[in-house]
Design a protein. Structure first.
Length: 432
C-alpha cells in the first residue's frame, strides 16, 4: 500500500491554490434527484437517454449538488443524472457494487480509500483539467503512476468560534496551547456561556476529524502509522494521545456532558449559529450552513492545540474527496465529459455555489467563501498545517474508531479500554 505523504509541501503547495489565486444538518441517508429537463426536442426524445449514477458523501451541500445536476441535464437533454448524497456512502458503495447496480461516478477519500478502489477506477491522467490540479492534491489520488481522481476541494478544520461571545467573556486572543484552551473554557463558563455542543452522535467529527489530530501531530505520521500497521508500535504510543483526550474531555465538560453522544450535526450547527455555544469542532465546509441560520455571525477558526508548545499547534489541511469514474461503466466517456464540464464551470459550482476552496490553480478563491476560508489561508501562508493522517488508517477504521470513543464520552468505557478497542479494530482491519 502506498504510504507516502509529503509533509513539507502541504502548506507551500496549498498556498499556490489559496494565496496565489487571491490577486460529514444531519441529512437523510440518501437523497436522490431524478428530475430531467423539459427542453427535449423530437431528436432527443427518439434517442435513449444516458443515465449517470453519482454517489457522494458531502452531505452539507446536498441541495447544491442536486441543483448542479439539474443544470447539467438542462444543458445536456440526452443525460439523466441520478445524484445520491449519503453520509454512509462507503456502505452504500459496497452495497451497490455487490448488487451489480454500480454507479458511474462516485466520491472516495485520499490514499487508503482510493487505493482500495483503484482496480475499479478509470485512469484520468490525460483528462484536460488534470494540468490545472493543485500539486498537493496529486499524491492522495495517484496509484501505480495513474491519476485516478478529480479533487473537489481543499479543506481545513479546527475550532470555529464566535468572536462576539469570546469578547463578552473577556477573551482577546485565540488559544495556541492546551493550557490556554482550558483558560478560554473557564472564562466562558464564568460568563455563563456554553463552550460546546459537539456532534458526537455522528462518527466522523469524533472518529475521524478529532481523532486525526494526535496522528497528524506526529513528527513523521507516515512512519508512525506504518509501525502500527506492522505491529512495531501501538496506538497509545502516539505522543499527543493524552492531549487528544484532554481536548475531548473539555468538549464534554464545558459542553453537553455525556449527552454529547446524542448531539447530531444539525444540532451542533444550529446551537453554534444561533449563539447558544461559543465553539464547535468543524471546518470550512460548514460556512454555508451557518450563514443560512445567521448571516451576520462574527466568527473565526483556530487550530486545536494538543500540548503546551504553541509552535506545534497547526491546522489539518487536505483534500476531502475525489470524484472517480467506474472503469466498468458503460458510460465512461459520458462520465469524463461531466467532470470536464464541472471543471469548466468550477467557479460557478465548486466555488460560488458549494462554497469550497478550489483544488485547481485556475479557479479563484473569493471573499464570498467567508472568514473560515480566510483563516485556513492564513495558516497555510505561515506553513502552519498538518496532514489528514486519517486517510492513511486501515480502510473503514474511522467509523469503527468512533464507537469506543463514543462509549468513552458516554461514560461507558474508560480511556485505557477505549484505546485497547481502537487497537483491536486497527489490528483487525490492517493489511499485513
Amino acid at each position: 500500500m502506498k504510504k507516502s505523504l509529503s509533509m513539507l509541501t502541504v502548506g507551500a503547495l496549498l498556498l499556490t491554490s489559496l494565496v496565489g489565486c487571491a490577486g460529514g444538518n444531519e441529512p437523510q441517508a440518501a437523497d436522490t434527484n431524478k428530475s430531467t429537463s423539459g427542453n427535449t426536442n423530437s431528436t432527443t426524445k427518439d434517442k435513449e437517454k444516458v443515465k449517470l449514477s453519482l454517489i457522494q458523501f458531502k452531505v452539507e451541500i446536498t441541495d447544491k449538488v442536486k441543483a448542479m445536476a439539474a443544470d447539467y441535464m438542462a444543458q445536456n437533454p440526452n443525460v439523466v443524472i441520478e445524484a445520491e448524497v449519503s453520509k454512509e456512502s462507503a456502505t452504500l458503495l459496497k452495497t451497490r457494487f455487490a448488487s451489480g447496480e454500480e454507479p458511474d461516478l462516485f466520491m472516495v477519500k485520499a490514499f487508503t480509500d482510493i487505493e482500495d478502489w483503484s482496480d475499479r477506477l478509470a485512469d484520468l491522467s490525460n483528462e484536460p483539467w488534470m494540468s490545472k490540479v493543485t500539486p498537493s492534491a496529486f499524491e492522495g489520488m495517484t496509484v501505480k503512476g495513474k491519476k485516478l481522481g478529480f479533487p473537489v476541494a481543499i479543506e481545513g478544520y479546527g475550532f470555529i468560534y464566535n468572536k462576539d461571545l469570546f469578547a463578552k467573556a473577556g477573551i482577546d486572543k485565540v488559544p495556541t496551547t492546551l493550557t490556554e484552551l482550558k483558560q478560554v473554557n473557564e472564562k466562558l463558563k464564568a460568563a455563563n456561556i456554553s463552550s460546546y455542543s459537539e456532534a458526537y452522535k455522528e462518527w466522523w467529527p469524533l472518529g475521524q476529524h478529532l481523532f486525526n489530530l494526535p496522528f497528524a501531530y506526529e513528527k513523521e505520521p507516515v512512519a508512525t502509522i506504518n509501525k502500527i500497521n506492522k505491529g512495531e508500535a501501538k496506538v497509545n504510543d502516539i505522543v499527543n494521545m493524552n492531549g487528544f483526550f484532554d481536548v475531548l474531555d473539555m468538549t464534554v465538560k464545558y459542553g453537553k456532558g455525556e449527552q454529547s453522544v446524542g448531539i447530531s450535526y444539525d444540532n451542533e450547527v444550529a446551537d453554534f449559529s444561533s449563539g447558544k455555544t461559543a465553539m464547535m469542532q468543524q471546518g470550512v465546509w460548514v460556512i454555508d450552513s451557518i450563514v443560512k441560520i445567521n448571516p451576520n455571525l462574527n466568527m473565526g477558526m483556530f487550530a486545536i492545540p494538543l500540548n503546551d508548545n504553541a509552535s506545534e499547534t497547526k491546522m489539518p489541511v487536505g483534500v476531502p474527496g475525489y470524484y472517480v469514474v467506474n472503469k466498468n461503466s458503460k458510460n465512461v466517456e459520458e462520465s469524463k465529459k461531466f467532470l470536464n464540464w464541472l471543471h469548466q464551470n468550477g467557479q460557478k459550482y465548486l466555488v460560488d455555489s458549494f462554497k469550497l476552496i478550489p483544488a485547481f490553480t485556475d479557479l479563484k478563491t473569493t471573499p464570498d467563501l467567508g472568514p473560515l476560508a480566510a483563516e485556513l489561508t492564513s495558516y497555510a501562508a505561515k506553513n502552519q498545517t498538518i496532514p489528514w493522517a486519517h486517510t492513511l488508517w486501515p480502510s473503514g477504521s474511522n467509523q469503527e474508531f468512533a464507537k469506543p470513543l463514543q462509549a468513552y464520552v458516554g461514560g461507558q468505557m474508560k480511556k485505557e479500554a477505549a484505546l485497547a478497542e481502537v487497537q483491536n479494530i486497527w489490528n483487525a482491519r490492517v493489511k499485513k
